[in-house]
Design a binder for this molecule. Structure first.
Ligand SMILES: *Cc1c(COP(=O)(O)O)cnc(C)c1O
Length: 361
């Protein structure tokens, strides 16, 4: 059986180091807003190349707080990709803003930067890009539009820790980046966790306060905040794993290259990359007209696959106001996409087996 992602194996590589950090935390007896969170935030900001980083409780909160701190609310429109995980869009809705969907580029599956401008109105306040499946969006056009129309730009980096665009890391390509440390992400903790990165001091201070009941100084509340913090145990886990993130991402790149060079079945469309360092392969998504048959065939051979994602956001019950709208490129992707095993601990025998199975389909 080849697992889609063997998390136990991924994390066991760092078990000794994590055990030691946990022991220190338990010995100290300090569980929130302490040294581990501070250390990790400083290390992650420096890794991403930003001035600031705030640890928060999860990726959805990171996205939501970023929009909230920028001051956007009811009546404001925020541009998002039509092809994304629902959390990106939920964060816009959670602030009372209106998400405006833009179709993906059929090659990279990221937001089609050439289709953004036609969706900009007098109410547009921001563009939220998503570095989907681990590939950095080609930001140049987005940045130009933001300057032309005086918009903020945010990044959903939940799938792309460490990906580069023109030598800069995601999370450092806009006004603010939102990260998730959900266990299965490229940088994952042992539960829920997240972070916001930014170079904007005001935004940083506001998010830090908002995530802590709207308070900078204990019992002094300047905003109507929430409780969204990265606890000390989770901060220690991601701090240990951060040191190995580049190695892990390079292992993913090697596997992706092997897949792309050796899967030769012409019924299968392989993912397109515009630059090797722009992609960290959170997900290796192939496309085929016979997706459901392929998934069943692989399952029969003991190869676990997943679908990211089966239902596009505009077809979700939660967004019934959009159910009659049509985003044909996004719909086509959702109908044909399949994620095959991808993780830094896959062995050569395993990837070889996956390739042979795919070629024989
Ligand atoms: C995982 C994910 C999120 C949400 O992160 P959580 O930590 O699960 O809240 C947001 N956006 C994208 C694109 C994701 O993949």
């Amino acid at each position: 059986m080849i697992k889609f992602l063997d998390l136990e194996k991924v994390n066991n590589r760092y078990r000794k180091e994590i055990d030691e950090r946990f022991k220190c935390i338990l010995d100290k007896g300090w569980y929130l807003q302490g040294e581990e969170n501070e250390k990790f935030s400083a290390n992650f900001a420096s890794y991403c190349g930003t001035k600031y980083c705030v640890g928060v409780a999860n990726g959805l909160d990171a996205l939501t707080l970023l929009i909230k701190a920028a001051g956007f609310g009811p009546g404001d429109e925020i541009i998002v990709p039509a092809n994304t995980y629902i959390a990106t869009i939920l964060a816009v809705s959670a602030n009372g803003c209106t998400p405006v969907l833009v179709e993906p580029d059929p090659d990279t599956l990221n937001i089609d930067v050439d289709k953004i401008e036609q969706k900009i109105t007098s109410k547009t306040k921001a563009i939220m890009v998503v570095h989907l499946y681990g590939q950095a969006v080609q930001m140049q056009k987005v940045t130009q539009l933001a300057e032309k129309y005086n918009l903020k730009v945010f990044e959903d980096c939940a799938q792309a820790h460490g990906a580069l665009y023109q030598s800069k890391r995601v999370g450092n390509l806009s006004d603010g980046g939102a990260f998730s440390f959900y266990p299965g992400k490229n940088l994952g903790c042992f539960g829920d966790g997240g972070a916001v990165t930014t170079n904007d001091k005001d935004l940083y201070e506001k998010i830090k306060a908002l995530a802590n009941y709207g308070s900078n100084v204990k019992y002094h509340n300047i905003y109507k905040g929430v409780n969204s913090r990265l606890d000390e145990l989770q901060a220690a886990v991601v701090d240990v794993k951060l040191k190995h993130l580049d190695d892990d991402n390079n292992a993913r790149r090697r596997i992706s290259k092997f897949y792309r060079e050796n899967i030769t079945n012409d019924k299968i469309i392989l993912p397109k990359v515009y630059s090797e360092d722009a992609h960290v392969w959170h997900i290796f998504a192939i496309r085929t007209e016979n997706r459901d048959a392929l998934q069943k065939y692989l399952a029969d051979k003991g190869i676990q696959t997943l679908i990211h994602y089966p239902i596009p956001p505009h077809k979700q019950e939660a967004y019934s106001e959009w159910n009659n709208e049509s985003y044909p490129i996004s719909e086509k992707i959702h109908d044909t996409i399949l994620s095959i095993p991808m993780s830094p601990v896959l062995t050569e025998d395993e990837t070889d087996f996956v390739v042979k199975a795919l070629n024989a389909f």
